[in-house]
Write a protein that binds this ligand. Structure first.
Ligand code: ZN
Ligand code: ZN
Length: 347
């Protein structure tokens, strides 16, 4: 039995544990992957800080290896795996679906009745080596580096969020929250023909707003009271991707009559001051929710990157060795870094 270093959630409360764990046996439908890089995602931070909505799933799965944005090489494949071979470059597609329920049959695999997400509901890949289901992997084109690859998962999430509202071409759209998901969303909206695309953020996130501008945002603005009041009702769609209830309220206010406000991040609290009648019903504003991504969103995300319409390169600003994962989580949690990647095995 081989032991490998891994990043785990193994007890209730804030924090993570970095320790050696037994590598499970390779099942017939599994792939042994040697991860090179693994992204830390906003959702991993909910695991890290023991967020209330994550607790039931974590209590069931613990001890669980984190990591759902895993890029690396195939080392070995299980007896029934035909899609991959050793040395293939792969990336995790973290939503595991059953393939048989009504929603899977409709292609809505991201909300499969028995879906499981890698890295908090089932074992992830933030480790020196990982045994992962073949169904959770896609081939990574050679033009995309292992370091940049984790952003593809975020882009697939953005692509799906846009699909949830449908047509955005020629429509004014707003993104509230200039984090990695917001930046991917802004670029994907522009690629889909939305205009103008405005990105809003707090004073603290000014450098991220500047990044949004450099990457093509038509407008950037603060999400403060004065600006939101000024811009109220300007946008056909406004996407909340900040992970804060007040950002959902801002998005609802920015949306025009008959438009759509999209709840794209995760939290359970209702924003203070959100008036269901005045902000939503009376103006027939659709409240749209979105989670994860179906397989089809991955294909579109890959095309957007390979065709150069969306940039994912150069956005990772912190790379930390696996053994120092705690430092990496702290930097991501305090937003010192924009996008942090754990280096599981240096190339
Ligand atoms: Zn992610
Ligand atoms: Zn299903």
């Amino acid at each position: 039995m081989t032991e490998v270093l891994a990043v785990l959630k193994d007890k209730p409360g804030a924090g993570i544990t970095v320790k050696r764990v037994q590598l499970p046996e390779l099942g017939d439908y599994d792939v042994l992957v040697k991860p090179v890089a693994c992204g830390i995602c906003g959702s991993d931070l909910k695991t890290y800080d023991w967020h209330s909505y994550r607790q039931p799933a974590l209590l069931k799965a613990m001890p669980v290896i984190l990591g759902h944005e895993v890029a690396g090489h195939v080392v070995q494949v299980g007896a029934r795996v035909t899609r991959f071979k050793p040395l293939d470059r792969v990336l995790t597609e973290p939503v595991l679906s059953c393939g048989a329920c009504r929603l899977c049959e409709e292609g809505r695999t991201q909300i499969c009745e028995s879906r499981k997400v890698l890295g908090y509901e089932t074992q992830g890949g933030m480790a020196q080596m990982a045994v992962l289901p073949a169904a959770s992997l896609i081939k990574l084109p050679s033009s995309i580096s292992f370091i940049d690859a984790p952003l593809l998962e975020i882009l697939a999430t953005a692509v799906h969020a846009i699909e949830r509202v449908g047509l955005v071409a020629g429509q004014p759209c707003a993104v509230v929250g200039p984090g990695p998901l917001g930046i991917m969303l802004m670029q994907a909206l522009r690629a889909a023909g939305a205009w103008p695309v405005a990105v809003y953020g707090t004073e603290r996130s000014r450098p991220r707003l500047e990044l949004a501008k450099r990457l093509g945002a038509d407008e950037i603005g603060l999400s403060d009271e004065a600006t939101i009041t000024r811009d109220e009702g300007r946008f056909e769609c406004a996407f909340e991707v900040a992970g804060r209830p007040e950002a959902l309220l801002a998005a609802a206010r920015l949306t025009r009559r008959g438009g759509s406000v999209v709840f794209g991040s995760g939290f359970d609290q209702v924003p203070e001051g959100l008036k269901l009648n005045a902000h939503l019903k009376n103006r027939e504003v659709n409240l749209v929710t979105t989670t994860g991504h179906p397989r089809t969103a991955w294909d579109r995300a890959l095309s957007l990157v390979v065709s150069g319409k969306v940039r994912i390169d150069g956005l990772v600003d912190l790379q930390v060795p696996l053994a120092d994962a705690d430092k990496a989580f702290q930097a991501a949690y305090t937003r010192e870094s924009f996008k942090t990647v754990i280096i599981c095995n240096p190339e």
